[in-house]
Design a protein around this ligand. Structure first.
Ligand code: PLP
Length: 376
């Protein structure tokens, strides 16, 4: 892990850039807000670590009362199990022999580990592997909410559930349905309609499981964009929310139940610091954060600090970005540090080794992004 030495206790404005900072108090508040919301709805959260990729934050979420942690990949599960976290859910199918062996190793250390399945042949392979190792593997049927990424159509959920229930080394836990394609629909009303439509169909599959006496303790799904909406589904047990911890421009620019044009309930805890490195043009300055420091997909990063100045970030290649200035914006001299809200938090976090934790602009800690790059 590479990071700047001797920065604890110094001002965040003195950090070497580009770098990621996390406002410790906002992060804590976001975790508490989500936990309080789901508790009031008699649900739980199973937050997704794909966003922060940081076992320290996963631990904070566990301490705040979540029911378990989601990951997308076996390598991320290995990282969390290594740190002693239990009950990890892998939200993407694990299909190759090599990965299944790694999964079994994780399972031997976390007996509550779960994985989703969307294929009968894959269920058979997982069963054979668990049997060989003398283990029982918890599985959820992955339901496809019309996105087509993974999952079986709703009409095939029950049949796959029955097949899994008959495999002696698999333990059927229920279903997963994550509607990623609706999370960023700009209009809150439209997002509500779309999400409820898909999630009600998933809830019908839960009803079929129960009518057939199939185990179905878990119906997990939902993201930050639908955190309020999906709680209206009585069968849903837990929310797999991820981005709410850190937030990004892509989420902040959609409507919410509070404001038709902004998502206000979770302020951005994550920001990126970038330095002005060239000032030779009249209408913009060049900064040291480009595509290798800010993930391109998602929203456009925006300038948080200096605030209210009408400064605009524009993509400017691999290593640099540019900040468009106007007559009314403050003069940005060489070496000036700006603070940006990032475009898309998950893949941006994956570009860095550490998060500098700040409180009142002072660096108080450094957390390794220890699941960074664990994409296998
Ligand atoms: C399966 C799954 N669950 C949950 C999430 C978290 O969603 P969000 O970051 O919108 O809260 C994701 C994000 O892509 C996901 O793929």
């Amino acid at each position: 892990m590479r990071h700047q030495q001797n920065v604890i206790g110094t001002s965040k404005w003195e950090l070497d850039t580009p770098c990621l900072v996390i406002a410790g108090d906002i992060l804590k508040k976001n975790i508490q807000t989500m936990q309080a919301h789901v508790t009031a709805c008699a649900k739980q959260i199973r937050p997704h670590a794909k966003t922060h990729k940081c076992s320290h934050i996963a631990q904070m979420q566990m301490e705040a009362g979540c029911t378990g942690i989601c990951v997308a990949k076996v390598a991320e599960a290995e990282g969390l199990v290594e740190k002693g976290l239990q009950g990890v859910l892998i939200t993407s199918p694990v299909v190759t022999d090599y990965k299944i062996e790694r999964l079994m190793k994780c399972l031997s250390r976390d007996r509550e580990l779960m994985v989703v399945v969307d294929n009968a042949g894959n269920a058979g392979k997982l069963n054979a592997a668990a049997e060989k190792h003398g283990l029982k593997l918890n599985v959820l049927v992955d339901l496809d909410p019309g996105m087509g990424r993974t999952g079986v159509p709703f009409s095939e959920g029950l049949a796959l559930g029955k097949l899994i229930d008959n495999l002696p080394s698999l333990r059927l836990g229920g279903v997963q349905c994550y509607a990623g394609h609706v999370q960023h629909i700009s209009s809150f009303a439209e997002r509500s309609r779309a999400s409820l439509d898909w999630m009600k169909q998933a809830a019908e599959v839960v009803g079929q499981f129960r009518a057939s006496d199939l185990p179905c303790k878990i119906f997990t799904g939902a993201g930050t964009g639908t955190f309020e909406i999906d709680c209206r589904i009585p069968e849903l047990t837990d929310l797999q929310v991820g981005s709410y911890t850190m937030m990004d421009a892509e989420y902040i620019n959609i409507g919410s139940s509070q404001d038709p044009s902004r998502f206000t309930q979770f302020p951005p805890a994550l920001t990126l610091l970038t330095t002005v490195i060239s000032v030779n043009r009249p209408n913009f300055v060049t900064v040291d954060a480009g595509l290798k420091a800010l993930y391109h997909h998602g929203g456009t990063p925006y300038v948080l600090n200096p605030s209210g100045s009408g400064l605009q970030y524009e993509w400017f290649g691999d290593e640099q970005g540019r900040i468009i200035t106007s007559n009314s914006s403050p003069k940005l001299s060489l070496g000036k540090v700006l603070e940006l809200v990032v475009s898309h938090c998950d893949p941006t976090v994956n570009l860095f080794d550490v998060l500098y934790v700040v409180r009142n602009e002072i660096v108080t800690d450094i957390w390794p992004i220890d699941l960074r790059g664990k994409c296998q």
